[in-house]
Design a protein around this ligand. Structure first.
Ligand SMILES: NC(=O)c1ccc[n+]([C@@H]2O[C@H](COP(=O)([O-])OP(=O)(O)OC[C@H]3O[C@@H](n4cnc5c(N)ncnc54)[C@H](OP(=O)(O)O)[C@@H]3O)[C@@H](O)[C@H]2O)c1
Length: 292
């Protein structure tokens, strides 16, 4: 990255990520590698924005002429109030992870939605059309997963969460928006019901932060899944979570969140620059970050 830093000029376009905390983000490595590979006069920085400052930070995108921003925890929902336009998939998801500044007009997108779809397709050969899925979690990431599954005609989705009320709210929101997909809320404590649900699911997704480095994985009766079911864990640190390891030990195809991170980043890059993202370069940059 030394080259990118030394090449910064008055003309250099600034991109970045708003999050809190943000120092764990791998997006600067991924995007700066892509800018360098395509010899674009651009740089990508991480901005630690406290929740109380999100309005002034959003306004600064315009006033400081920042060309584009990724948005991560905890700002994906709050930033939507300060944008001029929201894309259809971001509006359905209720969250924005990418902002493009076009001559002062700020448009919000959600590339987690397509990033997730591409990840399950490329890693697991899975397409949700007509199939049943169990999604654990009811936070911002689960929203993107639900959007992706509903927009791609999943037959049935179970939203399993520790806090049942949150799962119920999410399920009822998506049921209203997508009449052709059945969406049902389930408590993570209801182990018997979860066994039955998993036995009829083709896809299991972990969209909780459980399993992140230093945190325990969620315990699920994985043996109830059909033998040809696939498992996707949005957590990418560690690369192989307890859930992925346990799924693979049962002979199930399973993959971790690095691919979703890559594909959502590639789509943000394309939205900002109008150029095809150098996927191989971006993947290499992610792979070279400290594996755990
Ligand atoms: N790979 C990618 O590109 C990508 C993209 C987005 C997010 N992610 C990852 O997805 C994860 C979730 O992100 P988020 O934005 O949805 O976070 P969030 O909005 O804070 O939601 C966290 C979710 O995890 C659940 N949870 C947390 N700890 C738990 C535990 N010990 N046991 C059971 N459930 C637990 C919460 O349940 P309650 O409702 O009960 O609190 C909630 O449903 C994070 O690890 C994030 O890094 C990855």
């Amino acid at each position: 990255m030394m080259g990118a830093v030394l090449n910064i000029k008055a003309t250099t376009k600034v991109y970045g990520i708003f999050g809190h905390p943000v120092n764990h983000s791998l997006s600067p490595e991924m995007h700066n590698a892509a800018f360098q590979a395509l010899r674009l006069d651009c740089v990508y920085l991480a901005f630690d924005i406290h929740p109380k400052d999100i309005e002034s930070a959003a306004r600064a995108i315009r006033s400081m002429g920042i060309s584009g921003i990724n948005v991560t925890i905890p700002h994906k929902e709050s930033i939507t109030f300060f944008l001029d336009e929201i894309s259809p998939e971001a509006s359905l998801t209720g969250a924005v992870n990418t902002v493009k500044n076009m001559d002062g007009k700020l448009t919000g997108y959600n590339t987690d939605v397509s990033g997730f779809l591409r990840a399950i397709k490329e890693d697991l050969g899975f397409h949700p059309k007509g199939l049943s899925a169990a999604v654990v979690g009811a936070g911002g990431a689960a929203r993107a997963v639900l959007s992706s599954l509903c927009m791609n005609e999943a037959h049935q989705i179970y939203v399993i969460n520790r806090t049942l009320d949150k799962a119920k709210r999410l399920a009822s929101e998506f049921k209203k928006g997508f009449k052709d997909t059945m969406v049902q809320a389930v408590s993570l404590d209801d182990k018997d019901e979860i066994k039955g649900i998993l036995s009829g699911s083709s896809l299991l997704v972990n969209a909780t932060s459980a399993g992140m480095k230093g945190a325990l994985s969620i315990e699920l009766p994985l043996e109830s899944l059909p033998k040809d079911a696939v498992v996707y864990d949005l957590v990418y640190d560690p690369r192989e979570t307890g859930l992925i390891k346990a799924s693979r030990e049962l002979g199930l195809k399973a993959s971790g969140g690095m691919s979703m991170l890559l594909y959502q980043g590639a789509e943000s890059f394309e939205i900002w620059t109008g150029k095809e993202a150098p996927i191989g370069v971006m993947k290499k940059a992610l792979d070279s970050t400290t594996p755990t």
